[in-house]
Design a protein around this ligand. Structure first.
Ligand SMILES: Cc1cc2nc3c(=O)[nH]c(=O)nc-3n(C[C@H](O)[C@H](O)[C@H](O)COP(=O)(O)OP(=O)(O)OC[C@H]3O[C@@H](n4cnc5c(N)ncnc54)[C@H](O)[C@@H]3O)c2cc1C
Ligand SMILES: NC(=O)c1ccc[n+]([C@@H]2O[C@H](COP(=O)([O-])OP(=O)(O)OC[C@H]3O[C@@H](n4cnc5c(N)ncnc54)[C@H](O)[C@@H]3O)[C@@H](O)[C@H]2O)c1
Ligand SMILES: O=C1O[C@H]([C@@H](O)CO)C(O)=C1O
Length: 455
């Protein structure tokens, strides 16, 4: 038994408080969560000046921070799949690859496979699952999200073997093994959001017949309009994906070994399948600070520098509900671009505060994207108001570019582009940022990308 635990048992019997027993390890900065935001926060600390021993990062995962988006894309490719160390942060945004040695060289303590299980914001301490107690000067929470599990919805048979979820590299490795083991059986992908879209493509690329099941009338309902969705649905069907819309899974049947054998649907039909991937949404991970910090819209409420209701605690990435300056409201965003930028903003704010300075408010332009098969789309801004599609027929015929603008009160609020080059994507980002006024939507339809190039 480790000495600290023996000591704790001894002192607890003498009624001595734990905080007196355990000398806390003091750190100027602590980051809880070694995902995307954790990795980008580390880089920003180094950039702005960090002394060895000032920063500890805790991660439940065994791998140093990596670019999570790769897991539902190149990690699952049949040929030349991406593997670590190839996609450690910050390569996803064109930065240096931070291997574990990078953290050691910079004097950063990277505690992998270490979960923070308890927090005390009054004494500014954190307790790890190994029983160590750390005391922070400033804490950055970057714990991200976890997947919603069908077992949480009490779907019968949801505990069957052969049902997979995807959040981290361990999950991705299980899917890779299942792909290798699959012998011509059909797969079911549950959910028509990001995971559904990207996993249906990856499994198909691995020559697995995919049935996609989702409750909405069209794919990617969070963003796509029915017309946009119909292009992607037709494209996927052309690749052999069977799309089953407007229904959900009611139960999974198992074989004698407890392995999934059949997926039963609410519409009365069923699919014989031994391989199921579920992507039905995510839930932000607020533990172990839940209850200790003010919440809003399901996340920790932060100001424009990502400071929470506790002045020593910042929250970034998926778990932060932040003021969206452009739209005058507050939002939580579960996308990588925001994870990177919010982490950088928080570190800049922390360092500025030490000098009695303040940073500019976070002024975020929402940016979402996905890649699957030979498709690649980007969206910037706010998907509110009327949607104006351009170039759509050309796209269906030749895979040439097409896009959409969202217009509200005569202002272009959002812009979408399929198949854009980096420069073209910058053009649509500019439109969403500048929100130009349009008198008639005709100029958007006829102008297409040309409209964006004039802004
Ligand atoms: C498969 C997949 C693909 C994606 N693809 C895209 C994409 O293409 N484009 C896009 O914009 N977004 C994408 N996203 C979303 C994007 O990856 C997330 O928004 C982003 O990773 C959030 O960063 P984060 O640092 O807040 O959380 P995460 O990157 O999830 O990191 C959180 C880390 O904290 C750890 N942790 C949690 N609790 C504790 C604790 N108590 N103690 C210690 N460690 C803890 C977790 O294990 C994890 O390592 C994808 C997400 C997934 C799951
Ligand atoms: N390219 C990207 O940005 C990207 C890629 C992968 C994952 N992610 C992130 O990972 C997280 C998880 O992604 P996701 O795709 O699971 O979430 P999502 O919110 O994108 O999609 C959830 C989908 O689940 C479906 N659904 C909901 N309840 C259901 C039910 N009971 N039965 C069947 N289907 C149901 C719906 O079709 C819904 O669109 C999100 O935070 C997402 O932003 C992002
Ligand atoms: O942002 C991203 O980072 C990874 C990859 O580019 C890292 O090499 C990926 O697939 C993204 O979409």
């Amino acid at each position: 038994m480790p000495t600290n635990i023996i000591l704790r048992i001894f002192f607890s019997r003498c009624n001595v408080p734990e905080s007196v027993v355990m000398a806390a390890i003091l750190r100027k900065y602590i980051v809880v969560g070694g995902g995307v935001a954790g990795g980008y926060a580390a880089r920003e600390f180094v950039k702005l000046g960090l002394q060895p021993g000032e920063l500890t990062i805790f991660s439940k995962e065994a791998a140093a921070p990596y670019e999570r988006p790769a897991l539902s894309k190149a990690y699952l490719f049949p040929d030349a799949p991406a593997r670590l160390p190839g996609f450690h942060v910050c390569v996803g945004s064109g930065g240096e690859k931070q291997l574990p040695d990078w953290y050691a060289e910079k004097g950063i303590e990277l505690k992998l496979e270490t979960e923070i299980v308890k927090a005390d914001v009054e004494n500014k301490t954190l307790t790890t699952n190994k029983g160590d107690i750390y005391e922070y000067g400033t804490l950055i929470l970057a714990t991200g999200s976890t997947f919603l599990n069908l077992a949480d919805f009490k779907t019968p048979g949801a505990d069957a073997k052969g049902i997979y979820y995807l959040r981290d590299i361990g999950d991705a490795d299980k899917i890779v093994e299942a792909i290798k083991a699959s012998k011509g059986d059909e797969a079911v992908v549950v959910g028509g959001g990001y995971i559904g879209l990207e996993l249906a493509a990856c499994l198909t690329m691995n020559k697995i017949k995919v049935n996609m099941v989702f409750p909405e009338p069209c794919l990617m309902p969070r963003l796509f309009t029915p017309e946009l969705a119909s292009f992607y649905e037709r494209y996927y069907e052309g690749k052999g994906v069977n799309i089953i819309k407007g229904t959900t899974v009611t139960a999974f049947e198992k074989d004698d070994n407890g392995h999934v054998s059949k997926v039963l649907l609410k519409n009365g039909s069923s699919v014989n399948s031994t391989f199921v991937v579920v992507g039905v949404g995510a839930r932000p991970l607020l533990a172990p600070l839940k209850g200790l910090i003010e919440e809003e819209k399901g996340g920790f409420k932060v100001d424009a520098s990502f400071k929470t209701s506790n002045p020593n605690v910042y929250a970034v990435g998926d778990i932060a509900t932040f003021p969206m300056k452009m739209y005058g409201d507050s939002r939580r965003v579960e996308h990588v671009d925001h994870a990177r930028k919010s982490a950088m903003q928080a570190v800049q704010a922390i360092k500025a505060a030490e000098k009695g300075e303040v940073v500019d408010e976070y002024d975020y332009l929402p940016f979402f994207y996905s890649r699957s098969f030979n498709l690649s789309w980007q969206f910037y801004g706010d998907n509110v108001g009327e949607t104006v599609l351009w170039g759509r027929n050309g796209a269906a015929a030749s895979e040439s570019k097409f896009g959409a603008y969202w217009v509200k009160d005569n202002k272009v609020m959002g812009a979408f582009l399929e198949g854009g080059s980096p420069d073209e994507n910058k053009l649509i980002a500019k439109v969403a940022r500048e929100q130009p006024t349009v008198n008639s939507t005709d100029e958007l339809v006829s102008g297409g990308l040309g409209f964006a190039s004039k802004i």
